[in-house]
Design a protein around this ligand. Structure first.
Ligand SMILES: [Zn+2]
Length: 1017
């Protein structure tokens, strides 16, 4: 008989219920202590250790030795498959649910009858494997399992802290291995009581519903005797009555989607990610089997491809659940790439490779771009998404902004060219929810678009290192499906979420331009060699595709290397993952990335030679050499040509756009020389002047730039009384995220201009076709730099070829150029175009962009004159006032203590120019409009055997442009298509005299499909 109602004290009532479910207190008599019943240790435990990641079939053949609970496995990155063989479930447990309880600080994967069945990860709250839901009379009670234990945790093996470099000596312990009876009815009551506590706390004392929740929980404790399971149904009925009280029609709807963010490499190597995918996804499949309404969103084609080749059985089950709509491939990209650094073409390829994979393997392309965790979003992404069949975008990283809180969670995003996509940031500001009441309430409270959007995403499941959802999370969310006082919770797919958002999108606001993350700005610079590999490999693949396409068009014997190119592109795309190209990874990953770049370089160069040979067959120049120009404009440049014996000689060569020309014979050189060769003069004070008649450069005796004059106008580009090419060393100690962050205060911290010794500047090349001067600079006691400043005949820019030996800790090296130019906006190249950012710190949105990213150039211009700073492999930049600054090297110590230490080689260049657009004065494209750039020429994806080419062009000035594309190849048909190369039904273009008329809007990207005429054999 329950006691009569009495006055209840809020705190004691709340804490009474908390103690009833506590895993820490009173477990001898509370409900939690009854979650598991009888148990028995696992007998016949055996194991072996290996430094390799062995496939299952090999692992089970190894020599297993007896093992026991308490054993330690290691060191880091080894694997310790353990086999509880001949498990015997006690006969007395018939009728009960039986679990294998397993706790180890290394991630585990259970194998049963040759197939993976479940992940076991303590940090991911997966410490038991259900052997049977209900042990039947005649069920076999003996079985053999294998648990593959990885010697790393969910987030790697950092020494002392998560992002510290991994501890190579770390050992991992097995702390529990037993069979136990699991009480499902106790579990269900615990879920209900925890939710009621969450509601009581979350809604607070001002809410009637909060008291109803608390008193329901209290009454449940009153009627429930943990030692008498027959009392449980009464308690359960009280909970059901509460949760069955429905909300109103205007309730906010939360779309809960299972997810598991797996970083493709980060605090662990690529190879471990393969196993993380298996551990996480097989667990998700098991949950799908038990919960037919559970929907799990999974991104990154590369990870699916890994599972396809390493775990074919698991993969075919994934495909089966995909066809049922429970396993939902999302994202459309090859990996979740960085949103800033990849080139425009590389971003297109992320989707091209990804969407084609999803179509081929799962029967349809993705309808949303999925990039929860990246460090900023290019203003060209909306156009690229739309061109790849995607209108919806989900992310959340902008919630990490350090300075300004982003004003929306649901909005339209307008890109650089005016394309729109519908964007949603889950308002809970996380992609790893647990299904708690607090998170559900936060999702509603945080939503910045209240009144405009009544639907929110809720991504639940452990993430970053994998893990994913648990049954408990699902039980919570199912219980909260429709309860008065809370939002409605629905297990949904991303497609369902976006169609709900879209149907009520009339009131949504629009955000124009880039989504700049006000954090992690160090990722534009950290790991300079990875950045250099990325830029160089993007260029190599561009060149291979162009020359192979031209060879295909002109040589009937040539086979386009489609399969090799796909392999190399996928390798490049893999390393554009958001913790690899950004440099925020451990040393092992950086080493893998360098090996991948080396593969692309060597295979790419072989393919390049093959294509060039096929293209130029039978056309050797007088020196037996042909020079190929892979850029879409005619170039006249000084080149170093190889001579027998390994030496080089300089020559001035002219090559048409995307074509080739023989090396001119030395006797022909003279007439080619423009009127003025390069003059080099060293003054008695040690300063050096280089002059090619276009620009005049003066260096002081330490190598700094005291003057840069555009000769024709006499216009000086360097600010009065200032010097350019000034190296500056900053203290660079962030708050926590070492490889990621450079903080605003580095600009006011100790700043060391690096000063050289007068007299170190010497003349290098004495003039004529090329003039140069070089110098050495001691940056610090440990680091030094040498630089050759070069000016070529006819060249509008001066180049600074730089070598640095860098051995620093928490220092940031930049080079600065104070310009005699005044403007409130500077221009930075991005994917397929450029954008402006402020040069001042007026508002918090301005100063939060104290360090920004750019691709190949940045520019500061005023009316009629400007100064552009170009680079061959850098991404970090800034313009403060009139000072252009290029970020060169950092020295973070976590998660890779060796990041950036050693030798670096890079080149930047400085170009003063007339007019306001820097891109024009040196990129005169042979099309009729100088605004249009022909970025890519490749074989059409869909038809490896065919003679169809794809051309990608973009408008680069930000103007409406009509242009005429002249084709020297014999073309049958020209059709406009999307970025996935799918022809536009109304896209047939008339060909007249091998010319195509094209129309562009500002920064528009156009893709053309050209069907070539057959070649005579
Ligand atoms: Zn991530």
């Amino acid at each position: 008989m329950a006691a009569a109602p009495a006055l209840k004290h809020w705190r004691t009532t709340l804490e009474r219920v908390e103690k009833f479910v506590s895993p820490l207190y009173f477990t001898d008599c509370n409900l939690r202590g009854r979650l598991f019943g009888a148990s028995c240790p696992v007998a016949a435990l055996s194991s072996f250790l290996t430094p390799e990641r062995l496939p299952y079939q090999e692992a089970v053949q190894q020599d297993f030795r007896p093992a026991q609970v308490g054993d330690r496995f290691g060191p880091t990155w080894w694997a310790g498959p353990a086999g509880p063989r001949d498990l015997t479930i006690p006969e007395a447990w018939v009728g009960q649910e039986v679990h294998l309880c397993w706790e180890s600080d290394g991630e585990g994967l259970v194998w049963r009858e040759g197939e993976p069945v479940q992940g076991l990860t303590k940090e991911g709250e997966k410490t038991s494997y259900v052997l049977t839901d209900r042990l039947g009379e005649g069920d076999p009670r003996r079985l053999t399992l294998y648990v593959e234990v990885a010697c790393n945790g969910l987030l790697g093996a950092g020494k002392g802290s998560m992002i510290a470099a991994p501890d190579p000596e770390k050992m991992f312990q097995l702390s529990r291995a037993e069979l136990a009876v699991f009480h499902r009815d106790v579990h269900n009551l615990l879920v209900d009581l925890e939710l009621l506590l969450g509601i009581a706390k979350g809604l607070g004392k001002d809410s009637q519903r909060s008291f109803q929740a608390l008193y329901t929980a209290n009454q449940m404790v009153n009627v429930c005797n943990p030692a008498q399971p027959e009392t449980f149904p009464v308690a359960q009925a009280l909970a059901s009555r509460f949760f069955g009280q429905r909300g109103g029609e205007s309730q906010h709807t939360i779309h809960a989607t299972g997810h598991c963010h797996i970083d493709t490499a980060w605090l662990w190597p690529f190879k471990e990610t393969v196993r993380k995918c298996a551990r996480s996804w097989v667990t998700a499949l098991q949950l799908m089997e038990r919960n037919p309404e559970f929907i799990f969103a999974c991104s990154q084609a590369q990870q699916l491809e890994w599972v396809k080749s390493h775990y074919p059985g698991l993969y075919s089950r994934l495909q089966e659940f995909a066809s049922r709509g429970q396993f939902v491939p999302v994202g459309g990209t090859w990996v979740e790439m960085d949103g800033n650094l990849p080139s425009g073409e590389a971003m297109v390829r992320q989707f091209l490779q990804g969407q084609n994979f999803f179509l081929q393997e799962f029967g349809k392309m993705c309808s949303e771009f999925w990039l929860p965790d990246t460090f900023g979003y290019s203003a060209q992404l909306p156009q690229i998404m739309r061109g790849c069949g995607i209108r919806h975008f989900l992310t959340q990283k902008l919630s990490w902004n350090l300075v300004n809180s982003f004003p929306h969670h649901t909005f339209f995003w307008e890109g650089l060219d005016g394309s729109h996509v519908l964007v949603h940031f889950p308002p809970g500001d996380s992609y790893g929810m647990q299904g708690s009441v607090e998170e559900v309430l936060n999702t509603v409270a945080n939503n910045r678009d209240k009144g405009r959007a009544n639907h929110s995403a809720f991504l639940f499941g452990f993430g970053d290192g994998g893990g994913g959802p648990t049954q408990t999370m699902l039980d919570r969310l199912k219980r909260l499906s429709n309860t008065d006082g809370l939002p409605r919770v629905q297990l949904s797919s991303p497609r369902q979420l976006f169609s709900a958002l879209e149907s009520g999108s009339g009131q949504l606001c629009t955000w124009v331009g880039e989504l700049f993350l006000e954090l992690h700005n160090g990722t534009y610079t950290t790991h300079a060699q990875i950045k250099k590999g990325n830029r160089e490999c993007e260029r190599i693949l561009h060149d291979v595709e162009l020359l192979s396409s031209l060879a295909l068009a002109r040589n009937a014997q040539f086979l386009y290397p489609a399969a090799q190119l796909q392999h190399l592109w996928r390798l490049l795309l893999l390393n554009q993952f958001h913790d690899v190209v950004t440099g925020s990874c451990i040393q092992m990953v950086a080493e893998d990335a360098m090996r991948h770049y080396e593969d692309i370089r060597s295979h790419g160069n072989t393919l390049l030679s093959n294509a060039a040979a096929a293209l130029c067959a039978g056309e050797p120049g007088p020196e037996g050499l042909l020079i190929v120009n892979t850029l879409p404009w005619k170039r006249t440049e000084v080149m170093a040509l190889p001579k027998p014996g390994g030496a080089h000689s300089l020559a001035l060569v002219t090559v048409p756009s995307m074509g080739y020309a023989p090396v001119p014979a030395p006797t022909l050189l003279q007439p080619l020389l423009p009127q003025q060769p390069v003059f080099v003069v060293q003054e008695t004070d040690g300063s050096v002047t280089l002059d090619n008649g276009i620009i005049r450069v003066r260096l002081d005796p330490t190598g700094r730039l005291t003057s840069l004059v555009l000769v024709a106008s006499g216009r000086e580009a360097i600010a009065e009384g200032a010097v350019g090419n000034q190296f500056v060393l900053f203290d660079d100690v962030p708050l926590y995220w070492d490889a990621w962050d450079v903080m605003d205060y580095h600009l006011e911290n100790t700043v060391w201009p690096v000063l050289g010794q007068p007299g170190t500047l010497a003349v290098g090349t004495k003039g004529g076709l090329r003039g140069s001067a070089w110098f050495l600079l001691q940056i610090s006691p440990n680091s030094r730099l040498s630089q050759e400043v070069m000016l070529d005949v006819g060249c509008p820019y001066v180049r600074f070829h730089t070598e640095v030996h860098w051995h620093e800790a928490h220092k940031f090296l930049k080079v600065e150029f104070p310009a005699r130019v005044r403007s409130s906006q500077a221009t930075y190249e991005i994917q397929f175009g450029h954008l402006q950012r402020p040069t001042h710190y007026n508002t918090s949105w301005d100063w939060a962009r104290f360090e920004v990213w750019a691709h190949r150039w940045m520019d500061l211009s005023e009316h009629g004159f400007g100064l552009a700073l170009l680079n061959d492999c850098k991404y970090g930049a800034s313009v403060r006032g009139s000072i252009l600054s290029l970020s060169l090297l950092r020295a973070p110590k976590a998660p890779d203590a060796t990041a950036d230490m050693g030798r670096h080689e890079f080149t930047y260049a400085l170009m003063p120019h007339k007019g306001e657009s820097p891109a024009t004065s040196w990129s005169a494209f042979s099309l009729s409009s100088p605004a249009v750039v022909l970025e890519t020429v490749k074989q059409a994806e869909s038809s490896p055997q065919s003679r169809s080419l794809v051309l990608r062009l973009y408008e680069s000035h930000g103007s409406h442009a009509d242009c005429c594309l002249h084709l020297s190849l014999l073309v049958q048909e020209a059709i406009l298509c999307d970025l996935l190369e799918r022809p536009d039904p109304a896209g047939h273009l008339p060909l007249q005299d091998n010319r195509l008329k094209l129309t562009f809007s500002p920064f528009q990207v156009l893709t053309l499909l050209l069907v070539l005429q057959p070649l005579p054999h």
